[in-house]
Design a protein around this ligand. Structure first.
Ligand code: ADP
Ligand code: MG
Length: 343
């Protein structure tokens, strides 16, 4: 178990992490994503866990041991940064062997372990290449192999994919999770992309302005974001209030059956939760103010009941036309810390 309690870290007088609490299970190959907007302190947190940033307050412990007196190289954590930080003029083998040489492991063991890892990251045969002569994706796989070579008890990945193009990112995200599973290394992976977080992780810790505000499995995060800002961060573009009575949710955007106890609720709507259809009696109506054809279907921005909301459509929609719409109760997010108003 990695436990952070009231962790505070700052640069000069400005505090970046403030009273941050988080407890992460570290058995097996559990992957936690640390998700948050740029500048919220994700890298600072990773550096603090790795021992690269001193704490101004609070404590970090691993399996009950306080890490404060444990220097970086004795924490047994593997770290991969955004740009991998390989030794560019050295060979792939030298780079992967680095941590084992520092630990003065026997030559034979180093050669075996390097071979094993290059196989695992699908770079067998690349050992004698210079790191600088590899593509971005290959370099990140070398960085991953290097971090894993000394069998760390925790792997920390700080936006390992963000320098790569989208297609490669998705492929590498899956490959990294396979390597993590094969080596059974508990991992924290930083990302600012909620889809990438869900692709890779069992649990997601959402960070905002130096704190963790929600730590949940992905399904719970999508269904029940804790605050409006979390809802917006995971893709809800409209926030709206409603009320549940007898298993029916009523709001200015219509009524749908929902499995919730009676009372006021606050909804987060991402486009997929709102389906456009023909105008029929009983269905709420909105005016299409913007229409875009996306690869996975038509996206419509609707103006209705004094607010704008995004919707998906299976039918052709003209800008300016009135269309009906329905909420999909299985795709609505219920914000658990409620307050009032639509926006
Ligand atoms: P993230 O990784 O979530 O984008 P960072 O942890 O890199 O966020 O940065 C959080 C805040 O700390 C930002 O406002 C950033 O400008 C500031 N910061 C980061 N590193 C330093 C540093 N070495 N010195 C001063 N301020 C820093
Ligand atoms: Mg960062």
């Amino acid at each position: 178990m990695l436990e952070l309690s009231s962790v505070t870290v700052g640069y000069r007088s400005e505090m970046v992490l403030t009273d941050l609490d988080l407890a992460i299970g570290t058995s097996g190959a559990a992957i936690t994503a640390l998700l948050g907007p740029s500048g919220c302190g994700k890298s600072t947190l990773i550096r603090a866990i790795a021992g690269l940033e001193p704490l101004s307050g609070g404590a970090i412990s691993f399996d009950g041991e306080d890490l404060a007196p444990v220097p970086v190289h004795r924490r047994d954590f593997g770290v991969v940064f955004q740009d991998g930080q390989l030794l560019p003029g050295r060979t792939v083998t030298d780079n992967v062997a680095y941590g084992l040489r520092v630990r003065r492991r026997p030559k034979r063991e180093i050669a075996e372990r390097v071979g094993e890892l290059l196989e695992l990251v699908d770079l067998a045969g690349f050992g004698s290449r210079k790191a600088a002569e590899l593509s971005g994706g290959q370099q990140q796989r070398v960085a991953l192999a290097r971090a894993l070579a000394p069998r760390p008890r925790l792997l920390l990945l700080d936006e390992p994919l963000s320098a790569l193009d989208r297609q490669l990112r998705e492929r590498l995200a899956l490959q990294i999770t396979e390597v993590i599973a094969a080596t059974a290394t508990p991992t924290i992976v930083v990302t600012h992309d909620h889809t990438e977080a869900a692709m890779m992780a069992d649990r997601i810790a959402v960070m905002e302005a130096g704190r963790i505000i929600q730590y949940d499995v992905p399904e719970k995060l999508w269904r029940t974001p804790r605050t409006e800002s979390v809802a917006r961060f995971i893709g809800c573009t409209t926030i709206c209030d409603g009320a549940v009575r007898g298993g029916v949710l009523d709001s200015s955007l219509g009524s749908v059956p929902i499995d919730l106890p009676d009372g006021p609720v606050r909804l987060g709507l991402r486009p997929e939760a709102v389906m456009v259809g023909p105008v029929t009696g009983g269905r709420p109506v909105g005016r299409a103010v913007h229409v875009a054809s996306l690869p996975d279907g038509v996206r419509v921005r609707l103006s209705t009941a004094g607010l704008e909301l995004d919707a998906v459509s299976d039918i052709r929609v003209e800008v300016g036309a009135d269309v009906g719409f329905t909420l999909d109760p299985n795709r609505i997010a219920i914000i658990t810390e409620a307050s009032i108003g639509c926006r």
